[in-house]
Design a protein around this ligand. Structure first.
Ligand SMILES: *Cc1c(COP(=O)(O)O)cnc(C)c1O
Length: 341
C-alpha cells in the first residue's frame, strides 16, 4: 500500500471535484469574463473581508505579484530567514522586483514586532526603503508553525506606524485557522494582502488566490499579466478551487490529528533525536547522523511509505486528504514498530 507523506501538494482531484470542474462555466479571464474565476475571486476576498481577489497559477506567483505591487525597485522586504518568498521562489524578490530582503532570525519561522523595528531603515540615502513586511502562517520550513493572533496584531500596528505594507504568505492559512482557532476575518483585518493556496491541503490541482483592496488587486492584475500569469478559460481550474473551499476546509483537523500521531510514534523510537513539536500537518523528524537518515528513508521507501529528506539529518512528513484512514493506519503501525536491527 503506497502512502505519500512527501507533501500536501501530491493530492489528486476527487470525482466530486472533477464533476465541478467539468461543468464549470468559463470565459476569457484576461477580459475578466470568466464567471467561475470571478466567483472564486469574490468568494476568497469575502472570506477574508477584502474587496477583491486574483486567481493565479501558483502560490509563488501570488507572493511575487504581491511583493511587486507593494514595492518599488530599491525597496526592501522584511521577513524571516526561513520564508518561502526568500528560500523557495528562485530569488524572485530580487529578480522580479529589484527588491532586497532584510532577513530576521525568528523563532520557528516567526518574527516579532520588536525584531522588525530593529531593522527598519531610517529615511537616509544610504539605505533601502523598508516598505514591506511579509509573514508566513503556517511556516513551511519551520514545520507548520502557527502564529498567535496578538503577535500579528503587534506587527500590524508597527507597520501602520511606519507606513509599511504587511503581506501574508498564507499558503497553509486554513491549517492555521484549524490549529489556532482564529478566523479568516480576524486574519483579514491584519494584512494588506494575503496569498492562499488551493493546491495544498485543500486538494485542488492548481491555483492560488491573492486578496486585497480593489486598488491593490487592480495593480496586481497588471503585474500578473506582466509575469505571464494571464490565463484564459481557467474557470475549469477555479471550479476546483471553489469546490476545495466548500468541501475540504473542515477536514483539515483530520490531517492535524494524523500528524500529531505520527509525531508521537517517531518520538518513541530510540534512534530519533527529536521531533519538532507538531502544530499543524507537518512532522519534522531529526536524527543523529546522515547515516541514520539514510537508513530510515530506505526502510520507509521499501515499505512504500514516502517522506522527504529535508536536511542530511532530518526528514519531513506532511499529512493531507489523499491519505486514507487505511493508508494512515498501515503507515503508523509500521512506524510504531520500526527498528534498525
Ligand atoms: C507551497 C508554498 C507556496 C507556493 O508554492 P507553489 O508551489 O508556487 O504554489 C508559497 N508559500 C509557502 C509557505 C508554501 O508552502
Amino acid at each position: 500500500m503506497r502512502v505519500d507523506f512527501r507533501s500536501d501538494t501530491v493530492t489528486k482531484p476527487t470525482q466530486g471535484m472533477l464533476d465541478a470542474m467539468f461543468s464549470a462555466e468559463v470565459g476569457d479571464d484576461v477580459f475578466v469574463e470568466d464567471p467561475t474565476i470571478n466567483a472564486l475571486e469574490q468568494k476568497s476576498a469575502k472570506l477574508f473581508g477584502f474587496e477583491a481577489g486574483l486567481f493565479c497559477p501558483s502560490g509563488t506567483q501570488t507572493n511575487q505579484i504581491a511583493i511587486n505591487a507593494h514595492t518599488r525597485p530599491g525597496d526592501e522586504v522584511i521577513c524571516d530567514v526561513l520564508s518561502h518568498i526568500h528560500v523557495y521562489e528562485g530569488g524572485g524578490i530580487a529578480a522580479n522586483s529589484g527588491v532586497s530582503a532584510a532577513l530576521l532570525n525568528g523563532e520557528k519561522g516567526q518574527i516579532t514586532a520588536s525584531q522588525i523595528e530593529g531593522v527598519i531603515k531610517a529615511d537616509n540615502v544610504h539605505f533601502p526603503k523598508s516598505t514591506l513586511v511579509s509573514l508566513e502562517n503556517t511556516c513551511n520550513k519551520a514545520g507548520g508553525t502557527v502564529y498567535k493572533l496578538n503577535q500579528i496584531q503587534e506587527i500590524q500596528a508597527l507597520c501602520n506606524a511606519h507606513k509599511m505594507a504587511l503581506h501574508l504568505d498564507g499558503a497553509r492559512i486554513f491549517n492555521a485557522f484549524e490549529a489556532a482557532g482564529y478566523s479568516s476575518l480576524d486574519i483579514g483585518k491584519c494584512f494588506d494582502s494575503i496569498s492562499i493556496c488551493l493546491s495544498k491541503g485543500l486538494g485542488a490541482p492548481v491555483g492560488s488566490v491573492l486578496v486585497g483592496t480593489q486598488e491593490f488587486i487592480h495593480q496586481a492584475r497588471r503585474v500578473r499579466k506582466r509575469f505571464g500569469g494571464g490565463m484564459r478559460q481557467a474557470g475549469y481550474l477555479a471550479a476546483a478551487g471553489i469546490y476545495a473551499l466548500d468541501n475540504n476546509v473542515d477536514r483539515l483537523k483530520v490531517d492535524h490529528e494524523n500528524a500529531t500521531e505520527l509525531g508521537k510514534a517517531f518520538e518513541n523510537l530510540a534512534f530519533v533525536t527529536k521531533v519538532t513539536p507538531v502544530e499543524s500537518n507537518i512532522v519534522m523528524v531529526h536524527f543523529d547522523s546522515p547515516d541514520t537518515t539514510e537508513i530510515i528513508m530506505d526502510l520507509l521507501t521499501k515499505n512504500d511509505i514516502h517522506a522527504l529528506t529535508l536536511t542530511p539529518t532530518s526528514i519531513r512528513l506532511v499529512t493531507h486528504l489523499d491519505v486514507s484512514s487505511e493508508q494512515f493506519d498501515f503507515a503508523l503501525n509500521y512506524i510504531l514498530k520500526m527498528n534498525l536491527s
